[in-house]
Ligand binder design. Structure first.
Ligand code: FES
Length: 177
């Protein structure tokens, strides 16, 4: 069985990538004045641009705002909207609320973990999928629920997991057999 490994927490950009990152970041920062109340909007814009907050970028934002790096890391880890590691092109969110739990969401999550080779909070090595859990989507009548890239899939079964992954076009690379 081909198992995908997990993207590690540390990512070292190549020199040419660093140059691109710096250029794109400078472009973002050029529309700000360097006030510390600009921190969240800058982080949001950077996340939108890069898909996450690369460490070199965090350090540069800190210098720009005259804040310690740890302040930026603290904000990034406090708010769920910010990511410190790259996320997958497809984000799968599984509900772990009570109604979904009662209706067997654990089996859905287990099937996803088996198919993707990752645990919640992780991303496949090919960066195709990130797997996350959510407290409750507020659509309990459809439980158990999983959401793939903002599309809600209700009354999930393990068979549906496979067909949904197939429909994204890369399931064949996920698992042999
Ligand atoms: S418990 Fe899953 S949507 Fe509410």
């Amino acid at each position: 069985m081909t198992k995908l490994s997990v993207v590690q927490d540390t990512w070292v950009p190549l020199p040419e990538q660093e140059a691109t990152i710096e250029e794109r970041l400078n472009e973002i920062l050029s529309s700000y004045q360097g006030r510390d109340d600009e921190l969240i909007p800058i982080m949001q814009q950077v996340q939108q641009q890069f898909g996450y907050l690369p460490e070199p970028v965090i350090k540069q934002i800190a210098r720009f705002l005259h804040l310690p790096d740890i302040t930026i890391f603290g904000v990034a880890t406090f708010y769920a909207q910010f990511k410190l590691v790259p996320t997958g092109r497809n984000i799968i969110r599984v509900c772990r609320g009570t109604a979904c739990h009662v209706r067997g969401v654990a089996r859905i999550l287990q099937e996803l973990e088996n198919q993707l080779g990752v645990k919640p909070g992780e991303t496949t090595a090919d960066r195709e999928y990130s797997l996350e859990t959510v407290a409750c989507f507020g659509a309990c009548a459809l439980s158990p629920i999983m959401v793939l890239d903002d599309k809600v899939h209700g009354k999930m079964t393990t068979q549906k997991v496979r067909s949904i992954l197939d429909a994204t076009g890369s399931s064949s690379e996920l698992k042999d057999g």
